[in-house]
Design a protein around this ligand. Structure first.
Ligand SMILES: [Zn+2]
Length: 334
């Protein structure tokens, strides 16, 4: 298949060693190396790298970056609110909500009437802690494809959390250790648990606590939280829910919490392979990325004629879109 349909995109975007580069705008989107000017879609470390000369992002993303990496993690910060167009050289840049974490933004780039949307990571499932994904009509949509396989059709997040609420009733003597990433997933789950009626204080790891402070500062209520002390003792007699980042695995959890149940929360727990790799007492299939059907729905809603796939497999999406009105290629083919 020829890639001539990429010509209008190639006039605007280039895949460089530093990352995705907008030629007429002279800026990068989520660059992987230090650059003079970066637009950052959201605060996750694989998108929000430090050391750029100038970072343009939503005020929320800037606050998250500064809370996690220090106030001077970029030479200069340029906040841009959702929906406010900004002209950078000859490119009109607008940020639109991506529904992924607080402040996450799709970067809308318009040059000579051709519109490209780079959403970074996005999700479509309910999350009371951030503005929901807003479909933007465009010529070219650069989709992530973390779950870009038809087998990833994930259950409703409310159904999964109901399992945790049931476990809290069945095992009241256990601390439920919810393993969730410090930025985004942790706050989404805390807020959704509050919606399900959980009012008890929730114990959180210091890295989760720091991010929750940023969310609270932007008006996102987390309910009563308790910061896990540096040297916790079991005499504290912890109960209920403790939110910990998953990286540490189950190491030391017995020492920390005594009688406990580990609760995983990941889209990868949808498959038996994922469940084997991430052993936990209660696996919840909850993701902060769009699943397969949400990817297809989102592509349709953007009315894009060209889709570029990144952060995941592109073969299944290419097959699904083949023969239709949408041309599809991997971002690496740009
Ligand atoms: Zn992310």
């Amino acid at each position: 298949m020829g890639l001539s349909f990429l010509a209008p995109v190639r006039a605007i975007l280039e895949n460089r060693r530093e990352g995705l580069y907008c030629i007429p705008g002279d800026f990068y989107v989520d660059p992987v190396r230090r650059v003079p000017r970066a637009i950052i879609t959201h605060g996750h470390a694989d998108h929000a790298r430090t050391g750029h000369e100038t970072v343009l992002a939503t005020p929320q993303t800037i606050a998250i970056m500064q809370a996690r990496s220090g106030r001077n993690c970029a030479g200069r910060f340029e906040p841009l609110d959702y929906g406010k167009p900004l002209c950078i050289n000859d490119v009109t840049v607008t940020l639109r909500p991506a529904g992924h974490v607080l402040g996450s933004a799709q970067v809308v780039m318009e040059y000579k009437g051709y519109r490209i949307v780079a959403p970074g990571d996005f999700k479509r499932s309910p999350d009371p802690t951030c503005a929901p994904f807003e479909p933007v009509s465009c010529h070219c949509f650069i989709t992530e494809a973390t779950f870009g396989l038809p087998l990833f059709q994930l259950p409703p997040v409310e159904d999964e959390l109901a399992k945790l609420m049931q476990s809290l009733r069945l095992f009241p003597q256990c601390t439920h250790v919810l393993l969730a990433y410090s930025l985004g997933k942790a706050q989404q789950l805390i807020a959704l648990l509050r919606r399900q009626g959980l009012v008890d204080p929730i114990l959180v790891h210091p890295s989760v606590w720091d991010v929750c402070q940023v969310y609270e500062a932007f008006g996102v209520a987390m309910g009563v939280l308790e910061k896990l002390p540096q040297n916790p003792s079991r005499e504290k007699n912890m109960r209920g829910i403790a939110v910990m980042p998953p990286g540490r695995g189950s190491t030391g959890l017995v020492e920390l919490f005594g009688n406990h149940r580990t609760v995983g929360a990941s889209g990868w727990l949808h498959t038996s392979k994922g469940r084997k790799q991430r052993t936990c007492d209660l696996p919840l299939v909850i993701s902060d990325h769009a699943d397969w059907l949400e990817l297809l729905r989102t592509i349709e809603e953007t009315h894009a004629e060209t889709v570029l796939v990144t952060h995941g497999p592109d073969a299944a999406l290419k097959r699904a879109l083949h023969g239709g009105p949408v041309n599809c290629a991997g971002l690496t083919e740009l």
